[in-house]
Design a binder for this molecule. Structure first.
Ligand code: NAI
Length: 286
């Protein structure tokens, strides 16, 4: 019961990582304000999750909706102890040679500005609360290009730097700020924006589940609870001396090219050895 008597706000709580974090915080004693744009999903989560979970509709692209969310949480409970800035989606798919300003702005508002104002409007309610802590969702996409579309990757890299800047600004108030960088986690994010009928979405989800099992050295797919566990740790007193840092939770996805750990995948070094063996065999035959 690490969060007994605490108030926690989670954005993007109706699905995936946010839903898992909501359930974990609630199970460990927190009052959780579970917010999302998905009203049906959020209400279902609040009804079905064990503990004190209160759904609040909030579009994180609207900063004043974020303010209303934080104000409500503080009004109902007296303050806020933890914020998990989690809401997100894949964003614009175009690369830098194709992106239009509106698509860039929409993605940045969803993935980066939302985090800035999730912090901004929570902080007045966190001042003076012992163990106050904010956790932001970044991504392995912040490590380097290639894990996601460009705008998403830039926004998630921005979340990491914002985390460091906010940690510096807020240390004087006793508020810690950290981030998590999930790897390939089996959630709805990959199929949510697909413009296809539901029956095809189910197929797409099954193939995502299969791909996520084989994507990294750890031989299973990443699950929302893997990230929720790291978030709860960063939010807890166990991480009381950690601020401005980030935990990569990716089953080893970012450790290097796949051939460095997958014997089925030949890398350049293996190709050179094969060439050497071919040349030697040819020399012996000659
Ligand atoms: P998900 O699609 O299962 O859940 C995202 C939730 O955010 C949904 O409930 C959705 O309704 C909500 N949401 C979307 N736009 C919103 C808005 N404007 N305002 C409020 N809520 C909104 O996805 P998942 O995977 O749980 O994603 C959570 C976070 O984790 C996102 O920020 C994502 O970028 C990040 N992440 C996910 C990874 C993965 O492999 N699943 C990898 C790295 C980062």
């Amino acid at each position: 019961m690490r969060f007994s008597g605490k108030t926690v706000v989670v954005t993007g709580a109706a699905s995936g990582i946010g839903a898992a974090a909501t359930a974990l915080f609630a199970r460990e004693g927190a009052v959780v304000f579970a917010s999302d744009i998905d009203v049906a999903g959020g209400e279902k989560l609040a009804a079905e999750t064990e503990g004190d979970v209160r759904f609040a509709e909030c579009d994180v692209c609207a900063p004043y909706a974020i303010k209303a969310l934080m104000d409500r949480a503080a009004d109902e409970t007296g303050g806020i102890d933890t914020v998990f800035n989690n809401a997100g989606a894949g964003g614009a798919r175009e690369n830098i040679a194709e992106i239009e300003p509106e698509a860039w702005d929409r993605t940045m508002d969803l993935l980066l500005r939302s985090v800035a104002f999730g912090i901004r409007y929570a902080v007045p309610h966190m001042m003076g609360r012992k163990g106050a802590s904010i956790v932001n969702v970044s991504s392995v996409a912040a490590v380097g290009p290639g894990y996601s579309p460009t705008t998403y990757a830039v926004a998630k890299a921005g979340v990491l730097h914002l985390t460091k800047c906010a940690a510096t600004d807020l240390a004087q108030h006793g508020i810690r700020v950290n981030a998590v960088q999930p790897g390939f986690i089996n959630t709805n994010i990959f199929t949510a924006s697909l413009d296809i009928p539901e029956e095809f979405k189910a197929q797409a989800k099954a193939s995502i589940a299969q791909m996520s099992s084989n994507a990294q050295p750890v031989a299973r797919g990443g699950q929302p609870i893997d990230i929720a566990n790291a978030v709860a740790f960063l939010a807890s007193e166990e991480a009381g001396f950690m601020t401005g840092t980030s935990l990569i939770v990716d089953g080893g996805l970012t450790l290097g090219p796949r051939h460095s750990w997958d014997p089925e995948e030949g890398g350049a070094f293996e190709a050179l050895i094969a060439l050497e063996e071919q040349v030697k065999a040819a020399q012996q035959t000659a």
